[in-house]
Design a protein around this ligand. Structure first.
Ligand code: M6R
Length: 619
């Protein structure tokens, strides 16, 4: 089973090996346990090489022992769950006397039953993966039909679960066939050459013209053309789109890590998400044209997402309720559909996903639709599955996010939620022009505010993180919109620095967590602005005093000029002034920098933390 893998396919006049390897390098964030490629070489033989470990292991192997090159090829980078990261379990998997190569992303749920059937027929297996079962099945079908597309049709009819499969056969050179169900696959259209990829990063350095393949479709690419059919063989229309970013956006460009680059892009991520949506003090999201009746009729909003995206949702709840006066619930997508939620035609389910592929979120969206709810996707990836399955889309324009830890996408998600809240508030008449104008002014100031945090605090925080290098446990406290920021700070630290970290609502302290405080315990406190709410500010300062009295080492994230924290904080990380709802967009930046700094100080790989992949494409 594969949880999240990178897939690339190529047909054209050029040598495919270099194209596959550079595509895999751009996709490596999707999985980095093992990698492999297969090509049909210029003598018509199928050559394959695969290695456990990062892509570099495969590259080194190919340099030490070059293999034949050709103009048709497929490549894969893997995130393993079942069947460990070994050479044998790496993709491609071969079948039909090694004339057929197959790669796969997803999970074939009925693989055990299919394997038993094939074993009974005398077929043998060399790996523990479900993918090899699909490969052997495809080989059996191909032997019967001698037609790879027809063979695919026979195979997909037997498979249950989620999959993107790509295959090529020695006897049909110049052809790569792919199929998808609940797992992503996009086509790149070149000039006399064509590409397939699990996302556009696979081919963006060669072409920005892309086609999104729908659910349950099969695609055949040759150098001359592309043919897409449904699983029954009927021709289908596919939607063209132009990739809005270029190859350099997905490169490190001199930064020490993708994460460092992406944190530095947080101001731009907000600015680009705002672009074209602010008009004279009000918000109009052009993609939502024609949906006024839907928004006017909504009586409830449920936000669903996972991980960092769910924390963005929690922040967004405050703005949505304040500006639309519609009740909002925020739920982890994987919990949502298992509790028989009360939803109906007047429920708007807003999903948030950077990748647009997270299976838990996708399944929750599908469930909501089946129950008659309206669905809206906030997503950063064009052509991804979740937006395609939703009634409406608001794209964040953070640009490609490669590091596993989500950073610039988080601030873009909050921005998009605020825009959505202001849009719906305007449509419903629940928002006064003055409040709207003030919110727009505040949002417009955020990119400069984040840039200021980066300029004035980054070095200080990195130094501080180095000094904290041996810390074993860090707690984060926040109130109101600061609470989800505390959760986000803790998640980043667990994910990147592998240390115990927890976020709490500051008011909850005295209900239990304060027992964790012992001398030296590091506690980050997100301090609300004293100008925005004296009461909230006072309460948080009291919380600081409570933990300080028990020996905590307090690191306050506080507004510039807030002197009330100085007597009680061991360290103060300053953020510019912003209205209460807007503070999270600034307060999260020091926490992102801190987690990155601490992980770096511990010598860890911040782009590819252990056990993780960029998005989780099985439930
Ligand atoms: O692609 P998505 O936004 O749907 O991903 C959701 C989470 O898996 C993701 O935010 C995860 O929590 C991040 N690695 C956290 O940094």
């Amino acid at each position: 089973m594969e949880r999240m893998c990178g897939i690339v396919g190529y047909v054209g006049p050029r040598d495919s090996q270099a194209i596959l390897l550079s595509g895999l390098a751009r996709l490596e964030y999707r999985g980095y346990d093992s990698a492999g490629i297969a090509v049909i070489d210029r003598d018509g033989d199928l050559d394959m090489r695969k290695r456990a470990g990062k892509l570099q292991v495969l590259r080194d192997d190919l340099s030490a022992h070059p293999m034949g090159d050709g103009t048709t090829g497929i490549g894969h980078t893997r995130w393993a769950t079942h069947g460990g990261p070994t050479d044998a379990n790496a993709h491609p998997h071969l079948a039909d006397d090694d004339k057929l190569a197959v790669i796969h992303n997803g999970i074939i749920e009925n693989f055990a039953e299919l394997k038993a059937e094939l074993l009974a027929e005398g077929y043998t297996f060399r790996s523990e993966t479900d993918t090899e079962v699909a490969a052997v099945l495809l080989g059996r079908e191909f032997s019967a039909s001698r037609d790879l597309v027809a063979a695919f049709r026979g195979v997909v009819a037997r498979l249950e679960g989620a999959f993107t499969l790509l295959a090529m056969h020695r006897d049909e050179p110049g052809l790569v066939v792919g199929a998808r169900r609940n797992s992503p696959l996009v086509i790149g259209l070149g000039d006399g050459e064509n590409f397939l990829g699990s996302d556009v990063a696979a081919f963006v350095e060669h072409t920005r013209n892309a086609l999104a393949i729908g659910q349950d479709q099969i695609v055949a690419i040759t150098p001359q053309g592309v043919e897409v059919t449904d699983f029954a063989g009927g021709t289908v229309e596919v939607e063209p789109f132009e990739v809005v970013w270029d190859a350099s956006a997905a490169e490190k460009g001199g930064w020490s890590s993708f994460m460092a680059k992406e944190v530095s892009e947080e101001p731009e991520a907000v600015a680009n998400t705002l672009r074209g949506r602010l008009h004279d003090g009000s918000v109009v999201i052009p993609e939502l044209d024609g949906l006024d009746d839907l928004f006017a009729g909504v009586s409830r909003v449920i936000v669903i997402a996972c991980g960092t995206a769910a924390y963005a949702g929690m922040v967004g709840k405050y703005a949505l309720e304040q500006w639309t006066r519609v009740p909002v619930d925020v739920e982890l997508a994987h919990e949502f559909r298992y509790r028989d939620p009360v939803i109906g035609p007047d429920t708007l389910v807003v999903s948030i996903s950077q990748s647009g592929e997270t299976m838990d979120t996708l399944m929750a969206v599908k469930y909501a639709r089946e129950q008659g709810a309206k669905t809206l996707s906030i997503c950063n990836t064009q052509g991804a599955t979740i937006p395609r399955e939703s009634d409406a889309i608001v794209y964040t324009h953070a640009g490609p996010e490669v590091a596993v830890a989500s950073t610039k996408a988080f601030v873009a998600q909050i921005t998009a939620l605020y825009l959505l809240a202001l849009h719906i508030g305007r449509v419903r008449g629940s928002l006064s022009p003055e409040v709207s104008r003030d919110a727009v002014t505040q949002l417009e100031a955020i990119p400069a505010g984040i840039a200021r945090v980066l300029e004035t605090e980054q070095e200080h925080i990195e130094q501080f993180a180095r000094w904290m290098g041996d810390t074993q446990s860090v707690l984060f406290l926040g109130r109101h919109v600061g609470y989800p920021i505390a959760l986000e700070g803790a998640l980043k630290l667990k994910e990147l620095a592998y240390i115990h970290a927890e976020g709490f609502a500051a008011g909850e302290l005295k209900h239990g967590p304060i027992a964790l405080i012992e001398p030296g315990q590091a506690v980050f406190v997100i301090v609300p602005s004293p100008r925005a709410s004296r009461e909230l500010h006072k309460k948080v300062v009291s919380n600081i005093q409570e933990i300080r009295a028990r020996g905590a080492r307090v690191i306050a994230v506080a507004e510039e000029g807030d002197a009330a924290v100085l007597p009680f904080a061991d360290e103060v990380l300053r953020i510019p002034l912003a209205g209460p709802l807007f503070e999270p967009l600034l307060a999260v930046v020091p926490l992102h920098i801190f987690a990155m700094g601490l992980a770096t100080a511990k010598g860890l790989d911040v782009d590819q933390p252990r056990n993780l992949a960029k998005s989780v494409t099985v439930e």
